[in-house]
Design a protein around this ligand. Structure first.
Ligand SMILES: Cc1cc2nc3c(=O)[nH]c(=O)nc-3n(C[C@H](O)[C@H](O)[C@H](O)COP(=O)(O)OP(=O)(O)OC[C@H]3O[C@@H](n4cnc5c(N)ncnc54)[C@H](O)[C@@H]3O)c2cc1C
Length: 385
């Protein structure tokens, strides 16, 4: 099988396919990979951090990678959701779910290191990096793909995992609906003056949501979203000025933020492929759906997709059979729609300023905190359990 894109989705799928008994897999990545000497630096495995749900951690454990991952990850014991200058806080706690942790936060480069080390360790996975496809051609039993070094590969299943602007998806004739939110996410690692105690803070501000995710040591990963002009302003401010603003916005019981690492920004463009399967080809990860990072669900949703896809095609005689691929797409539809809509509407809902909305929102947060059953349903869905 041939996977185009060696980012989070592509690397994870290669491992899952092998776990489910697939034959040889080729992974084509356009960026150079520095393994095995150092963590990779690619558009997927970059300066960001990713909140992995308990469900994703279970999948990594199944692949035998949980231990290596946890060496450089911080456990999430509590998720704390609040709205600036309003009452109403809800806390979701691991013990309420009977779990030792709700999830974990890992820096993307370490996640890449763990995934790609395992990819390189499997002799049945061939990595071609840096390499690009220059074209694909439909055959009676699959696809023929040409690489930029002139090599031709034949595959019974072509998997497009080459990100939101997937060239492979385009070549397959699949369009994508794109919505530019006009907002960007600013990310940076921050130092604290105390222990974060494994609390992930999600705070809804007037401009957009702010997340502080626990990292190993006294550090958190910041994901702060706002209108593009506002993010321009944040990017230009010096560290002390921005830290003062952040400390004013942070939840009162969170530790003080004392220092800031390098800042990066990401445009928030949501996209959704109009189809995810055609004969002998399937579209996954950001190439299939790109979400608002508000609740840290993009990769977790993808892992649930990939786990089912690998189960269904891993050991199959004819993995590119459209009936099989359509059954996979249908089975994943409801989860993708629910998580996609929730991550789209959550920031909108919290941005609305009308008093009635503000009151309802407040009630919603208070209700979630008072009724453990309601909160549990919410938490279990977000954790992918
Ligand atoms: C600010 C931010 C924070 C986030 N936080 C979280 C979080 O906490 N939890 C969570 O679950 N999700 C989170 N996400 C979402 C998560 O990052 C995505 O789900 C994930 O990156 C999807 O991975 P991917 O491999 O599909 O795509 P990408 O990460 O875009 O990777 C695509 C890969 O394909 C390669 N490529 C591109 N074109 C070609 C080509 N032509 N040939 C070969 N290779 C190619 C690229 O180099 C890259 O390596 C966040 C996203 C953002 C923007």
């Amino acid at each position: 099988m041939l996977i185009v894109g060696g980012g989070m989705a592509g690397a994870m799928l290669a491992l899952l396919l092998r776990h489910h008994g697939s034959g040889p897999v080729t992974l084509v990545e356009s960026h150079p990979l520095t393994l095995p000497d150092a963590p990779p630096l690619t558009p997927s495995f970059d300066a960001r951090s990713t909140a992995l749900s308990a469900g994703t951690l279970q999948v990594l454990d199944m692949l035998g990678l949980g231990q290596a991952l946890r060496e450089h990850a911080a456990a999430i014991h509590t998720v704390h959701v609040s709205r600036q200058s309003r009452l109403g806080i809800t806390r979701m706690r691991a013990e309420e779910e009977g779990l030792s942790q709700l999830g974990a936060v890992v820096e993307n480069r370490w996640l890449g290191y763990v995934l790609l080390q395992a990819v390189y360790a499997d002799p049945a996975i061939t990595v071609r990096a840096p390499a690009r496809l220059t074209g694909i051609r439909r055959r009676v039993d699959g696809y023929e793909a040409t690489l930029d070094d002139g090599d031709t590969l034949h595959t019974p299943l072509l998997i497009a995992a080459d990100g939101a602007n997937s060239q492979t998806r385009e070549w397959l004739g699949i369009s994508a609906r794109r919505t530019d939110l006009g907002h960007d996410a600013l990310i940076a690692n921050l130092a604290l003056d105390g222990d974060h105690q494994g609390i992930a803070y999600e705070r809804f501000l007037n401009q957009g949501p702010l997340a502080l995710l626990p990292l190993p040591g006294q550090r958190v990963a910041l994901v702060w979203t706002g209108p593009r002009a506002q993010v321009d302003d944040w990017m230009q401010q010096d560290d002390d000025t921005l830290l003062t603003t952040l400390n004013e916005c942070r939840p009162a019981d969170a530790p003080m933020l004392t220092a800031m690492g390098q800042r990066q920004r990401y445009p928030l463009v949501l996209s959704h492929a109009c189809a995810q399967a055609v004969p002998f080809a399937v579209v996954v990860g950001n190439a299939a759906h790109t979400l608002h990072p508000v609740a840290g669900q993009g990769f977790n949703l993808t892992v649930r997709d990939l786990t089912l896809l690998a189960e269904q095609v891993g050991g199959a005689q004819n993995p590119g059979d459209l009936t099989r691929l359509n059954a996979y797409v249908e089975a994943r539809e409801a989860d993708q729609a629910l998580i996609g809509q929730a991550s789209r509407w959550l920031p909108e809902l919290f941005r609305v300023q009308q008093p009635l909305f503000a009151h309802t929102r407040q009630l919603g947060l208070v209700a979630l905190d008072i009724f453990p059953g309601l909160r549990r349903g919410f938490a279990r869905r977000a954790m992918g359990l």
